[in-house]
Design a protein around this ligand. Structure first.
Ligand code: ARG
Length: 482
């Protein structure tokens, strides 16, 4: 049927059946009019869920197993379905399947695979959909997709955290100090190693979140839930669930067909991981400005200007920063499509699916881009070190020294604040004269002494940072495998 054609209103059953067939639909018998092609096109999620194609093949293989277990397929029919599905798997790899699906203008990848299997397997192909609905198919396929992408997300987060942790170890050996900020204002000196270990922590937590998604996506297999009530065919759900790597079949068909929790958790994990990356992107965008001079982004990750010959821009960090907005927007949209829709399947869930897929694919691409850009980031430790005490960052240590000597916190804050004001007016740093005036000989007056003076666990003292990096690496070791 032509794209913009109006639906034909024909009393002739054969004409309608032809239109239905041409539109690649899996239904039509109870309709007396052919569908409007514009509405069909509006209702297609094919371009998004082509990402699910290989998982639908796995899911379909599981259903063949369930049908076999029910005694509903002869051995020969099962063989021919399996061999058709193997052919589809190859065609997915070569791109031939995507071309087939797009040419057929299918509503979704599930209908497209069903159609291709019917072409390839002939008579046997007509039985693949017995006891199956796209509702349990979508739910199962999304779970398999979530499991796969959660593994990728976990591996990427482990990779990023590993890079940061390895750099932290090197920086611990060099003892480089940097002025850590709040509100972007100089706050206190910290070891660069401490900063890098801090940067790794959100990626460890993100990796744990992805691991939890993998576990949830392997728990309950939706297949065999059929449309919403289960099936009157004796499908072997346990065998299908085992074949697909689930712990067992899901508990309640009505819940299962409308459950998108795992898919949403996957996108949430992506959104959180990219949000973590976006905060480091912000730091690195500033660090690579000549005004900061803390880092240089290598040529392979930088871009130039079409007009200003001198420019080198840190585009990957800016794009990843923006990707966090895009992916979290997809999450808000995907969750929004589930709000208020009642139990079981509603077509709104197709939009959830599309948003989950697009958001996840972009989120994982952003994590990969971030990891590559990070590998190209060359730190200027000398510049950090030279400016670590700028902005009176040791003032807190002087106040702490006063408190340790018996002054109250408020009085110490006032006394050191007055020294800072005086030094600022004289355009000089805090120095030995301030220590003398405050009566705290030996108090830390430079950035390195400040760091060494820290006493608490989890602090920036070299000993605490060494322990933190060891703990980070131990966690990373545990998170390396799914
Ligand atoms: N295209 C739909 C989706 O991807 C398939 C589910 C159809 N189920 C239904 N009851 N119409 O979500």
């Amino acid at each position: 049927m032509r794209r913009n054609a109006r639906p034909r209103r024909s009393p002739d059953r054969a004409v309608i059946d032809d239109d239905v067939e041409a539109a690649g639909l899996q239904w039509g018998g109870r309709f007396a009019e052919a569908p409007d092609p514009v509405l069909l096109a509006f209702g297609s999620s094919l371009n998004d869920d082509l990402f699910l194609a290989s998982f639908d093949v796995v899911c379909s293989r599981g259903h063949v197993r369930a049908l076999e277990g029910a005694g509903l397929l002869t051995g020969a029919a099962a063989d021919s379905l399996r061999s058709a599905l193997a052919t589809v798997a190859t065609e997915i790899d070569t791109g031939a399947f995507a071309a087939f699906a797009r040419a057929g203008a299918f509503e979704d990848v599930h209908g497209a695979i069903d159609a291709r299997v019917r072409e390839l397997a002939g008579e046997a192909g007509e039985s693949l959909h017995a006891g199956r609905s796209r509702n349990d198919q979508v739910a199962t396929t999304l779970a398999l997709y979530a499991r796969d992408r959660a593994d990728r997300g976990r591996a990427q987060c482990v990779q990023i955290a590993g890079t940061l942790s390895a750099r932290a170890r090197t920086a611990l050996a060099s003892g480089t100090v940097i002025a850590a900020t709040t509100h972007w204002q100089p706050a206190q000196p910290v070891l660069l190693a401490f900063w890098l270990d801090a940067a790794a922590q959100p990626f460890l937590r993100a990796a744990q979140r992805f691991a939890a998604v993998h576990a949830a996506a392997s728990a309950a297999c939706p297949l065999g839930s059929a449309a919403l009530a289960g099936s009157s065919l004796p499908l072997d759900r346990a065998a299908a669930a085992a074949e697909l790597g689930f712990a067992g079949p899901s508990r309640n068909a009505l819940d299962t067909v409308g459950d998108r929790d795992v898919a949403l958790d996957l996108l949430h994990a992506c959104a959180r991981a990219v949000a973590a990356a976006s905060r480091l992107c912000e730091e690195f965008v500033l660090w690579t400005t000549p005004a900061f001079g803390y880092a240089r982004l290598g040529d392979a990750a930088s871009t130039g200007s079409s007009l200003m010959p001198q420019k080198r821009n840190p585009d990957p960090f800016e794009l990843v920063r923006a990707a966090a907005a895009r992916v979290s927007g997809a999450y808000a949209g995907a969750l929004g499509c589930t709000i208020g829709i009642g139990l079981s399947y509603h077509r709104d869930l197709q939009e959830t699916k599309s948003l989950v897929i697009r958001g996840t694919e972009h989120g994982l691409a952003a994590l990969d881009a971030f990891s590559r850009a990070l590998d190209n980031l060359i730190l200027n430790e000398a510049a950090m070190d030279a400016r670590a005490a700028d902005g009176y960052t040791v003032a807190t240590d002087l106040a702490d020294a006063l408190i340790a000597a018996g002054t109250t916190a408020r009085a110490a804050h006032r006394a050191v604040g007055a020294r800072v004001l005086a030094a600022e007016r004289a355009n000089r740093p805090l120095d030995e004269s301030d220590v003398q005036a405050l009566g705290i000989p030996g108090a830390p007056i430079d950035a390195r002494a400040s760091v060494a003076a820290k006493r608490t666990s989890g602090s920036t003292s070299p000993a605490a940072v060494a322990a933190a990096i060891d703990a980070t690496d131990a966690d990373l070791g545990r998170l390396k495998a799914p």
